[in-house]
Write a protein that binds this ligand. Structure first.
Ligand SMILES: Cc1ncc(COP(=O)(O)O)c(C=O)c1O
Length: 373
């Protein structure tokens, strides 16, 4: 097994070595718990209630005996929330993407995928055996040009995009993409992991687009909903089809019922408190006010993902470690999560942060960035 040692050495030399960090005694400024619902008393209470009633695990896959009223109720709530006919749950966002994409396209079909799409989309496309073409980030002109020339060569075409991009925080233009899909008879697959509950109920809601049968809405329970797991929303026909075809759903144990109940409560809280999203925008602005005080190259697109671009891998890790010594955790994101030479600190906004927390962040940045050009 010497090869493992050598491979790890190579990763270290490239400043790409990864370690998990136990977050004890440090403040987390990079989680995806954007709305602070993970520890919301009502979410926790509802989850405990169902945990006591239904037990820890679900006991089986959805198609054996692991489909309870808690799964069904969450699916119904999600379908209503996303404005679609139906919904099906998956064990995680990764499982949703690697299960759904190969069920939708196969040999003879084409996938058109934004270059900044999440790794689980990339793997889902690889598993599908469909032909893949990656288009430049949000370059819909290139996409359209390609379809104009090549659409007829393929049977089914699936356009895939994150709605809010996970490492950049910008938003795909779903208006333009739906127009393209309608003109060229394509399916549209939107990954709403970082969209659900951050810029509205989702991308369709944000752009004022009604759900149509060719739109497949994937999302996770693990980010703003503060839980774990994922879902695909769409027509009843699509969902019935996925229940029969998506291997990661068929051959994997379903979510624990208590996790479903907690996620459903989180959606109800968002529905009852539409101002939460406004509060999140305000929190983002408070963070920007801090960042403005330093000469930092950050990006902001009115979403809670605020990457601070450092570019150099080594320097990104150095800053992350210095901040950690000050009690502030902002993860360094490097290749292969982002392209080489585009390393960054992925700072996120969350309703968890108090004024004191932000003051703490500012002081830590002041100490660590002092003297940096
Ligand atoms: C855009 C996107 N899709 C899918 C996933 C995978 O979701 P999960 O963490 O639930 O597996 C993530 C999470 O990291 C993501 O950012």
């Amino acid at each position: 097994m010497r090869w493992i040692e050598e491979e790890l050495k190579r990763i270290k030399e490239a400043n790409l070595y990864r370690e998990r960090i136990l977050l004890e005694g440090v403040k987390d400024f990079c989680s995806n718990d954007y709305l602070g619902l993970r520890k919301h008393p009502e979410v926790v209470e509802e989850s405990i209630r169902v945990l006591k009633e239904a037990g820890l695990g679900s006991g089986a896959s959805q198609l054996v005996s692991g489909y309870t009223k808690h799964h069904r109720e969450l699916e119904e709530k999600l379908a209503e929330f996303k404005g679609t006919e139906s919904c099906v749950l998956f064990g995680s966002g990764f499982l949703a993407n690697v299960g759904t994409i190969p069920a939708l396209v196969e040999e003879g079909d084409l996938v058109l995928s934004d270059e900044l799409n999440h790794a689980s989309i990339i793997d889902g496309v690889r598993l599908s055996k469909a032909q893949k073409r990656v288009f430049k980030h949000k370059d819909y002109e290139e996409l359209e040009e390609f379809l104009k020339k090549n659409r007829k060569k393929f049977r089914r075409v699936l356009i895939i995009t994150d709605t809010v991009f996970s490492m950049d925080g910008d938003v795909a233009d779903l208006k333009r993409l739906t127009q393209i899909c309608e003109e060229y008879d394509c399916m549209l697959y939107i990954d709403e992991a970082h969209t659900t509950g951050t810029i509205g109920k989702g991308g369709l809601d944000y752009f004022g687009i009604e759900h149509k049968e060719y739109i497949i809405v994937m999302g996770t329970l693990s980010k703003a909903l503060g839980s774990y797991g994922a879902f695909v929303c769409g027509t009843k026909l699509l969902i019935d089809y996925l229940v029969n075809k998506a291997r990661s759903l068929i051959f994997s144990t379903s979510l624990p019922p208590s996790v479903c109940a907690g996620a459903k409560k989180a959606i109800e809280i968002i529905e009852e408190n539409p101002k939460l999203i406004e509060f999140l925008r305000k929190k983002e602005k408070e963070i920007l006010e801090i960042l403005e005080q330093f000469s930092l190259d950050y990006k902001y697109y009115s979403t809670p993902i605020i990457p601070i671009m450092v570019y150099d891998e080594k320097e990104t890790v150095r800053i992350k470690e210095e901040l950690l010594k000050e009690g502030v955790f902002i993860q360094a994101i490097r290749y292969p999560t982002v392209p080489k030479g585009k390393a960054r600190l992925r700072l996120t906004a969350s309703l968890n942060y108090t004024r004191k927390d932000l003051e703490f962040l500012k002081n830590a940045l002041e100490k660590v960035l002092k003297g940096r050009a």
